[in-house]
Write a protein that binds this ligand. Structure first.
Ligand code: TXA
Ligand code: MG
Length: 362
């Protein structure tokens, strides 16, 4: 299949004329990748089981992993769900359109092919003007996972999508680099109490402020490596995700200890002839004399770290790094999402420099 690529010059007010073709492809059961404020999505008509099926084939994604239905307006929600629980209503009023996905009990309109066989449906109303205009023009809810090959870092530019999807989908809508850079927060409001299934830019602290109650993380997120007996509520969280090709180690502890340890580990691997990547921040980049050093952004402004995270992981794939050593971040606010993605990319391989025995957590 030949993949067409169209470029949106004015991202704030995308030309409707340009979006007519991708909207028609979506309506007719084809696949279109498009930008959202979090990451690029790989869209298909969410109400068409066969179209949703094509997403799984293009991504090489297990078919029990449900898709998020993207909508353009509040009015698009009621047909997809059986109830809108109070917590869900308050969260959507506070954060939609935006980087928040909510899980509701699904209506009969939504096929099991979209929900991976579940009786719930994930719904999100993106704020990105290109995404919003495209969904509106398509006139149907758009099922869209991140537009990467399953197991690779999510795409934050149209070039990333091209690397993974060229030849597999009808069209890529190029709206430039995304803003946030990590996937939406997922909150399940279908049960008795809301639960965070995936941390994102709508933070635990922000959800607390709106609901006036703690919103716990799904235990499967906190418990580290997926154990057979802790089944994550978001089926996607059980797969090895966001994985770079190199072996990634996260180094935690006091800044000076972290820098020393990363330099030591890098030296060791370099001396054996390996290609070594180092992930640091603007504040520390001058402190690493050896290896392929990439800064993710300013530690003091965590949104810059989220923005560059997947791009840096992809760059190390291109550079064919064998080992990557990365600095760590606080687990508060946006740091929770950053550490969630980094920890998974590292396959839970964390070195805590505070531990007495060197490499105890290795
Ligand atoms: O920011 C985002 O959410 C991006 C953009 C494109 O909107 N999309 C995205 O989709 O990250 P995806 O498919 O890569 O991740 C969706 C996650 C998966 O972990 C999936 O298992 C979970 O949402 N999920 C979807 N429907 C669910 C449901 N009914 N119950 C529980 N988890 C669900
Ligand atoms: Mg994904």
């Amino acid at each position: 299949m030949k993949t067409e690529r169209i470029i949106i010059e004015d991202k704030e007010q995308p030309e409707e004329e340009l979006l007519k073709k991708p909207a028609e492809i979506l309506r007719n059961g084809g696949l279109v990748a498009f930008p959202t404020e979090t990451v690029y999505g790989l869209g298909a008509n969410a109400l068409n089981e066969e179209a949703a099926g094509k997403i799984y084939a293009a991504k090489g994604r297990p078919s029990d992993n449900p898709l998020i239905a993207h909508i353009a307006d509040f009015d698009d929600l009621p047909p997809l769900v059986t109830v809108i629980p109070k917590a869900g209503r308050r969260l959507m009023e506070a954060f939609w359109p935006g980087p928040l996905t909510l899980i509701f009990p699904k209506s009969e309109l939504v096929p099991y092919g979209t929900t991976g066989g579940l009786d719930t449906v994930a719904v999100r109303m993106p704020a990105d003007p290109v995404a919003n205009a495209l969904i509106r023009l398509a006139g149907v809810p758009v099922a869209a996972p991140s537009a990467n090959t399953s197991g690779r870092p999510s795409p934050t530019t149209a070039d990333h999508v091209w690397q993974d999807m060229n030849g597999k989908i009808e069209m890529i809508v190029d709206g430039g680099a995304v803003g946030i850079g990590v996937e939406s927060t997922i909150i399940d409001v279908s049960g008795d109490e809301p639960v965070i299934l995936r941390p994102g830019a709508i933070t635990q602290e922000m959800a607390f402020a709106v609901l006036g109650q703690e919103v716990p993380l799904d235990p499967a997120i906190v418990s580290g490596p997926m154990k057979a007996d802790v089944r994550p509520k978001a089926p996607g969280m059980k797969y090895k995700h966001y994985a770079p090709k190199a072996e990634l180690t996260l180094v935690e502890g006091e800044t000076e200890d972290v820098i020393q340890n990363i330099n030591r580990l890098a030296k060791e691997k370099l001396s054996k002839g390996f290609r070594v990547g180092i992930i640091c921040t603007e504040e520390t980049r001058e402190r690493y004399p050896e290896g392929m050093v990439r800064s993710m952004g300013l530690r003091a402004r965590e949104e810059t770290i989220a923005h560059n995270l997947y791009g840096v992981l992809r760059e190390f794939d291109d550079l064919e790094a064998d080992f990557i050593f990365s600095e760590s971040f606080s687990r508060d606010h946006l740091g929770q999402a950053i550490m969630n993605r980094l920890t998974k990319a590292a396959g839970y391989h964390i070195l805590n420099t505070g531990d007495k025995a060197d490499g105890a957590n290795d």
